[in-house]
Design a protein around this ligand. Structure first.
Ligand SMILES: Cc1cc2nc3c(=O)[nH]c(=O)nc-3n(C[C@H](O)[C@H](O)[C@H](O)COP(=O)(O)OP(=O)(O)OC[C@H]3O[C@@H](n4cnc5c(N)ncnc54)[C@H](O)[C@@H]3O)c2cc1C
Length: 377
């Protein structure tokens, strides 16, 4: 038996940040990760789009960036396009996740790779955790094991509603830098929408990386009839066909994105962070920064409650911090998402607003419902 204050299951961005903050605060911390990390390790299906502020904040080295991005091109299949400016980056998740896990290890967390958590149960005030290799105990559990969270499943937490899950397909296409620069532009990511004729609730994308294009498609899972067929339809769009001409497929991978919260994010010293809690932007599917922040806030909640000897407040403190920082906005975006995908008219209104406003501003200021002077007269 190996005993820890905190065991974190999953070394994605959420788990690694939680481990870093926990170790820095003096908690004995262990991360259990079923895969091998690093460039030669597991592939994670993800666009890897990241705001420049995050790259700056963690001092992510420029030579590890897949591509620096300056603009976003929003295509409606009707032919209308909308452009949005803003600096960001696309990263390879294997490299990015390893960078964060290394920070956690440097802070003193113990990383156990290739350790698949297979059982967890509470005995008195501790959790017993079994992996394919060892047994552990911990006072606190951080479920950072992604959307399907085996941890929360074993603890009988309710799963997501089907309208809160997006089924995605990702394809990595090997091509040349000059082809990317010519067809997509050297610093532009492309998103594709169309409720009637492309994707009912969701979107598809082309993200340029160094010499590869990450091709993705995602639709609300209960509306998907034949995912491969729907994905193929996207690949047939003339713009997409041209960009992918002469490229070769290296990876094809389906994965889920949660776009609504779990019915609870805390119970009995277990915290759901990142995708395991559904802490993701419901409109864009962006989850990396929210996983990282929720990892930090789970540890902040433990620290605050231990210092004040108020362990019965762990759940309300954790959810309170999340709410204050960004959860209120994500909840408003979840409501906005339903409105956006009600009709192509609403979708186009959103895309034109999105050109000049952050989606959080559109959601919080209810911009979709504001009638313009043009409409009145
Ligand atoms: C197709 C696609 C595109 C996306 N594009 C973007 C994007 O461009 N930008 C963005 O910000 N977000 C994007 N996301 C969302 C983003 O990938 C997630 O929100 C983010 O990875 C969540 O991080 P996490 O730490 O919560 O979980 P994850 O990154 O999913 O990590 C979970 C970890 O747990 C491990 N694990 C699982 N089960 C066990 C077990 N039993 N034992 C031990 N370890 C286990 C897994 O191996 C994994 O490493 C995308 C998602 C998808 C599917």
């Amino acid at each position: 038996m190996k005993n820890f204050d905190i065991i974190i299951i999953g070394a994605g961005p959420g788990g690694s940040v939680a481990a870093k903050v926990a170790s820095e605060n003096g908690y004995s911390t262990c991360i259990l990760e079923k895969e091998t990390l690093g460039e030669k390790g597991r592939y994670k299906a993800c666009g890897g789009a990241t705001a420049w502020e995050l790259i700056d904040e963690i001092n992510y080295p420029e030579d590890k960036i897949g591509r620096v991005i300056e603009s976003l091109e929003l295509h409606h299949v009707d032919g209308e396009t909308y452009s949005k400016k803003g600096k960001g980056a696309v990263v390879w998740r294997s490299t990015f996740d390893k960078f964060l896990t290394d920070m956690a290890v440097d802070s003193g967390a113990l990383l156990k790779e290739k350790e698949l958590m297979i059982n967890i149960e509470k005995v008195d005030t501790f959790y017993n955790i079994s992996t394919n290799r060892e047994k552990y105990t911990a006072k606190y559990i951080i479920a950072a094991d992604g959307v399907t969270s085996p941890t929360l499943k074993l603890l009988n937490w309710p799963f997501f509603k089907s309208e809160d899950l997006i089924l995605t397909i990702t394809q990595e296409m090997k091509t040349t830098k000059s082809n990317i620069d010519k067809t997509l532009g050297h610093d532009t990511v492309h998103l594709f929408f169309g409720i009637e004729s492309l994707i009912r609730v969701g979107y598809a994308w082309l993200f340029p990386k160094t010499e590869r294009i990450t091709v993705g498609w995602g639709n609300q899972i209960n509306l998907v009839k034949n995912s491969r067929e729907e994905f193929r339809k996207f690949l047939e769009l003339p713009f997409v066909k041209l960009a992918l001409k002469n490229s070769t497929m290296e990876i094809f991978k389906p994965h889920l994105i949660p776009v609504g919260l779990r019915s609870k994010l805390y119970e009995d010293k277990v915290f759901a962070i990142g995708d395991s809690g559904g802490i993701v932007d419901p409109i864009s599917g962006k989850g990396i920064p929210y996983a990282m922040m929720s990892g930090q806030f789970a540890i902040d909640a433990i620290k605050t409650c231990e210092e004040k000897d108020k362990l019965d407040k762990l759940g309300s403190i954790y959810e309170g911090i999340l709410d204050n920082k960004f959860l209120r906005v994500l909840k408003a975006k979840r409501i906005l998402r339903d409105k956006i995908f009600q009709s192509d008219e609403n979708l186009k209104k959103f895309l034109s607003l999105w050109e000049n406003h952050r989606s959080s501003v559109i959601a919080m200021k209810n911009l979709m419902d504001q009638v313009s002077l043009y409409e009145i007269y």
